[in-house]
Design a protein around this ligand. Structure first.
Ligand code: ACM
Ligand code: ZN
Length: 733
């Protein structure tokens, strides 16, 4: 061979390699990995190709969806071209699997075939992943044959839009991504204690009242979707092969509905949309016929909006206490010959199941709907582990497994997600598939991307492809990181924590130090004291920063110029006991001693998050401590903050006493302070037990005793167990 010819061949080869190198376009990076890919020879020139529009309406819609996606991504308009190179869509009788598809790419033809329209759309999502992410004049697609179909028919994600509200724009982008990774179901958790998010025309107060909550800081928080918006989203999802399954929670997790229509409860009054998380005693009154009428009316409107075969009714975490106390519920138990409140729950669920069946729909519920018995045609969504899966299978139900995506990266990293296996040995026919629910107590649009990606890609591969190779997956993921960058998705790290923020008092220096640790390189951490610092702007810092006289401030993360975390708030008061080592009668519980020896005297006031390290706690015991002010000191005000979070077994002390002494042995009581907060107020409450001393007095030692509430009351789900005292900051002014 002549040198010149050889040179030309080498140059051509280099061109082809450069074009298909990993940075420009990795060879084949499809996620979830197709069952079978056979590489061919040569390339199909997408820039010189003609889309053959099918006559069939469904096929044509998918072909146009493809043309639009190609135009957006590469700038190539397949509808304008005249060429012998063609792209065609069609059904094929030889493809047996539901959702199965085949793609054949030769130098002059792309042929996409499937059993039905689902398969065609999945084929489109695969081909999109073969395209470069940049706009290009020339796009060559490698010749290959793909034969593909999913392992599990149920591949879903759930988003809780009650705890935090997500805009229609967010939901649509989310649906785009779910479809891109061949999820076929989006479970929309629309109602809960903290907000009712779906317009129901017959019950307007569900959204005028139930969609809004009054936060502790005085802000009104909420939102809802109008029926028009829901129709638009459902249609948008249908076009992307996603079935939306609405969840309307019952008979528990319904405080937002009870705040709107209190007559549907056992107690009939006294409700507000919850501003706190957990399991709430107040549920629909299951004895009252009005409840069933209400739920049927609501479902009637829901069914007109959502054509899905399945309707999710929740059914989880239903305390029975109100039903035990309610004469109407007790009468229903008698009338229906039920044994107890568990059977009342089962009666409730079965009645709704029948109603849905009469409308041609099938009920899905969380695994609690097994309690008291359920028929085998309900679908059970298992969230409490293998025991519940086995119980459901023993009852002959089909199940959906779950992997909670609200779990932090420290407990569910990418590799764990990738290695998740929803299968149940010997009974896998009962497993429809799995879902990755995202509960949003701690998640908003700021940090949802971090929680979702790239775990969502791994989960899609688990459900579609089954066992594949992790290194190969991570290699393919590179293309998808680039794609997400293009789409402004603030995806998380595969292993690393998001953000931890803490504040410490440094007694030797008499200042506070704010620490941050974050896992993602491109994250900027800012603290904002609302203008107390001079330039009125959030201040970026990394690792740690000293704060000389802080009062209140917040810390948040920013990425790519956008806020990327919920703010963490701090409140600080400098006072006479700050930095003094307190003497405790009984040490606090080891789980709640992260404030260290200065936990009660560091000037840092606890927030409503009881486990953020600022609170100290005693289980079943009083909290008793004193401080030595070093010399006789004038004092005029004493305060201790205690918390109540009844759901978490944290009750305010019965009373608080303050004492003074000159020698640390002989104490004189100067105040005995009670309170009037009911123990069954489920809101998180930070109560200040304070005493304004009428005439200033002098003392060297000051003591506080907070007397434990005692055993949890009969109505509590931990009845008879010890209560916690949670205390923070003994303030001496
Ligand atoms: C649930 O997590 N309560 C279903
Ligand atoms: Zn009742």
């Amino acid at each position: 061979m002549k040198h010149r010819q050889l040179l030309i061949i080498v140059l051509r080869l280099m061109f082809v390699l450069a074009f298909f190198d990993s940075s420009a376009q990795p060879s084949i990076s499809i996620i979830p990995k197709p069952k079978e890919i056979i590489s061919g020879k040569g390339y199909f020139p997408l820039h010189d190709a003609r889309l053959v529009l099918p006559a069939d309406v469904d096929q044509k819609r998918i072909a146009l969806f493809f043309a639009d996606a190609v135009l957006q991504q590469t700038g190539i308009d397949l509808l304008k071209k005249k060429s012998i190179n063609s792209i065609s869509f069609g059904y094929s009788k030889s493809i047996q699997q539901q959702e199965g598809y085949e793609i054949s790419i030769t130098p002059n033809k792309i042929s996409i075939t499937a059993k039905n329209r689902s398969g065609l759309l999945w084929a489109v999502q695969s081909i999109r992943q073969l395209l470069p992410l940049e706009k290009k004049d020339e796009v060559l697609i490698p010749c290959l044959e793909i034969k593909d179909f999913p392992l599990y028919p149920w591949r879903s994600n759930m988003l809780d839009v009650s705890r935090h509200f997500f805009t229609v724009e967010f939901i649509k982008k989310h649906i785009d991504m779910l479809s891109y990774y061949k999820f076929n179901t989006f479970h929309w958790h629309l109602t809960d204690d903290q907000g009712w998010r779906i317009e129901i025309k017959k019950y307007p107060e569900l959204t005028s009242i139930g969609a809004w909550r009054n936060e502790a800081n005085g802000e009104k928080y909420g939102g809802f979707y109008t029926q028009e918006e829901i129709k638009e989203v459902v249609k948008y999802a249908q076009e992307r092969n996603i079935t939306i399954i609405p969840e309307i929670e019952m008979p528990g997790h319904c405080l937002a509905a009870l705040a709107s229509y209190p007559e549907l409860s056992c107690r009939k009054s006294g409700f507000e949309v919850a501003t706190y998380w957990g399991v709430i005693n107040d549920v629909y009154c299951a004895g009252n016929e009005k409840t069933y009428k209400f739920i049927e009316d609501v479902l009637d409107e829901v069914l007109t909006l959502f054509p899905s075969k399945y309707i999710h009714i929740g059914g989880d975490e239903v305390p029975k206490y109100r039903w035990q106390q309610c004469s109407v519920c007790q009468q229903k138990i008698k009338d229906e010959h039920l044994q107890n409140e568990h059977e009342l729950q089962s009666y409730f669920v079965k009645r709704i199941q029948k109603y849905l069946q009469s409308k041609g729909r099938t009920l899905i519920g969380w695994d609690e709907i097994l309690e008291g018995g359920i028929t085998d045609d309900a679908i059970i969504e298992v969230w409490r582990g293998p025991e519940k899966a086995n119980e459901a299978i023993a009852n002959n139900n089909k199940i959906i497994q779950t992997l909670y995506f609200d779990s932090p990266m420290s407990s569910l990293n990418l590799s764990k997600t990738f290695n998740y296996d929803p299968a149940v040995a010997n009974h896998n026919d009962n497993v429809l598939g799995a879902e990755c629910p995202l509960w949003t107590e701690g998640i908003t649009e700021y940090n949802a991307d971090y929680m979702l990606y790239p775990r969502l890609q791994a989960f899609s591969e688990v459900l579609w492809s089954g066992k594949t190779d992790f290194d190969d997956f991570r290699n393919r993921l590179k293309y998808h990181y680039a794609l997400m960058d293009k789409k402004d998705i603030l995806y998380g790290d595969e292993n690393k924590i998001f953000l931890n923020v803490s504040l410490k008092y440094i007694p030797e220096e008499k200042y506070w130090r704010l620490y941050e640790k974050h896992g993602i390189n491109d994250m900027v951490i800012c603290y904002d004291d609302g203008g107390d610092n001079h330039d009125n702007k959030p201040t970026a810092f990394s690792d740690s920063i000293s704060l000389i006289n802080p009062t209140s401030f917040s810390v948040a993360a920013f990425r790519h110029g956008k806020q990327a975390s919920m703010p963490v708030n701090f409140y600080v008061e400098d006072h006479k006991a700050v930095g003094i080592t307190p003497v405790f009668k009984t040490d606090c519980n080891k789980k709640y001693n992260k404030g260290g020896i200065y936990g009660m005297t560091d000037g840092i006031l606890g927030s409503s998050n009881f486990s953020n390290g600022t609170w100290m706690a005693w289980l079943g015991e009083n909290m008793e401590m004193y401080v030595d002010l070093d010399s006789s000191t004038t004092i005029h005000y004493l305060q201790i903050n205690c918390m109540q979070q009844t759901q978490s077994w944290i009750l305010l002390p019965k009373y608080v006493e303050f004492f003074i002494s000159d020698d640390g042995n002989n104490w004189k009581q100067i105040a005995h302070i009670t309170h009037t907060v009911p123990a069954d107020d489920f809101k998180p409450i930070i109560h200040k037990f304070s005493y304004q001393i009428p005439d200033k007095l002098k003392a060297r030692y000051v003591k506080v005793v907070a007397t434990n509430f005692g055993k949890l009351p009969e109505w509590h789900n931990g009845a008879g167990e010890d209560a916690w005292v949670f205390a923070d900051e003994f303030i001496v002014r």
